[in-house]
Design a protein around this ligand. Sequence first.
Ligand code: HEC
Length: 217
Amino acid sequence: MVAVNYWIQLVKSRIVALFALAIAICFTVIACGGSPAQEQAQGSVSPEVVTDYIHTVLESDRTAYTKNVVNRLKKLEGKDKKDGVVPAEATESWQTENGVPLPAQMFRLGAELASEKGQFTYGLISPWNINDAQAPKSDFEKTAMEKVVEMGEPYKEYQEIGGQKYFSALYPDKAVAEACVSCHNNHPVHQERYPDKVFEMGDVMGGVMINLPVEGS
Ligand code: HEC
């Protein structure tokens, strides 16, 4: 009799445990599946939020590359860097000399690869561009660049290119380090083209343009 009671007790406790487990699984599935409100929010992320996300990734990668790669090299455009520990140079002519690309070049190399995928495009532009490919070209880019230089804030607007509608956002690219200012001000192309433009810390030096194709006309 004692033995039977023991077994009944055991089976009961197993059932309770199994039941608890089932409830736990149900809760997990519901929680991870997301509430209807969450799903709605995910389904309606605005293009503005998407470009903000893309911009965050681009800026973070560029800063991380500058801080953790370029800043550890012994030389930057022929000049010694006191904190450099790796015997290499970051230089514009990295392809013909023994060096690695400057942050802006690294950014462009990534932009070229991303554009090949045909989902969206991005790039650096500036009214005081060193690289011809990075001048504001269309009327849209010129207006956006003017506004960003004037206000120091992102400019976001819809535009149409070749029948395709885009949400485009231009984010200010500011002189956040002394190296931005000194390298651009002393660059031979800058000095020849824009002798009167002397960048100072905090100035808008250009912008990061992101073009996101959107549906509708
Ligand atoms: C050591 C030199 C150097 C430093 C430091 C540097 N740049 Fe540049 N930057 C260049 C060169 C060279 C280009 C053109 C590169 C290319 O071919 O894409 C360029 C390109 C750019 C462009 C695109 C327009 C153009 O001129 O073609 C912007 C905007 C820009 N840099 C902003 C910055 C900012 C902001 C910083 C600091 C966070 C910075 N740069 C640091 C040399 C430098």
